[in-house]
Design a binder for this molecule. Sequence first.
Ligand code: AMP
Length: 282
Amino acid sequence: MLVTESIDEIRNTVKLWRREKLSVGFVPTMGALHEGHLSLIRQAKQSADRVVVSIFVNPEQFGPNEDFDRYPRKLEEDLKLCRKARAAAVFRPEVSDMYPGDKYFEIKIRELGRHMCGASRPGFFEGIVLVVNKLLNIIEPDIAVFGQKDIQQYLILKQMVEEFNHGVKLEMGKIVRANDGLALSSRNTYLSNDERLKAPSLYRSLSYIEKQVREGVDTPSLLIEHQKNELEAKGFEIDYLGVFSMDNIEPVEKLENGRSYILAGAVYLGKTRLIDNILIEL
Ligand code: AMP
């Protein structure tokens, strides 16, 4: 497995593969890899001959009061896991490789970034669009796999790829969960023992709402309020919990048959932000 921080080296490696008519898959990550990331690498291996994993904690997607400095960094363990998952290369640039000089352009996102995480983390998706745009230009993969865990990110990037004619096909990977239902996340390591025990309640609330919706509740706002109160009583601080339309990520009051929805939540347990979602096609 090639491990490089050099843009030229990863480009040249991918070019050599292309000359051999090998297809290329790509899985961008911020490292501190867990089984969720590995499932994306395995998925990419199903669709492509060679898989590149990037490990880059992207400063552009962190707000001034967020956890850029303390975000977990575990390169040696990550490389072992990538080898085990049979990645062909790991691209792990330094911040100075990705952002060497002044930036003269600014990205702005419209509809898809207004709600859910876009509402509470200004600049977050702009930072993601910036870095993924650069990574796709560097690697030029045939396919790239992103997790449903970050569904808004996936939908924004899908639009970006289409609107800017990137020649890559995006695939979505399922959410990998711990046995108690908590969606795996690099940030779960921030949780105290007590918080870790409480953390699966977010998924439980989402699952409860999902069940009611599938059984015919078409205006779930009261149900959602009730779940918010339950979570708050357990010590969660709610950022958002609600139903959003899959096509434009707008909040939805009344659900209709034949449409697709994102049932999503973001909460704080102490200082740790947890997100999760369930997709519902009615
Ligand atoms: P991150 O390292 O958190 O930026 O995540 C890198 C990729 O892994 C993103 O596409 C995430 O959506 C995906 N991912 C994160 N957590 C999970 C999970 N529990 N299951 C599946 N994919 C995940």
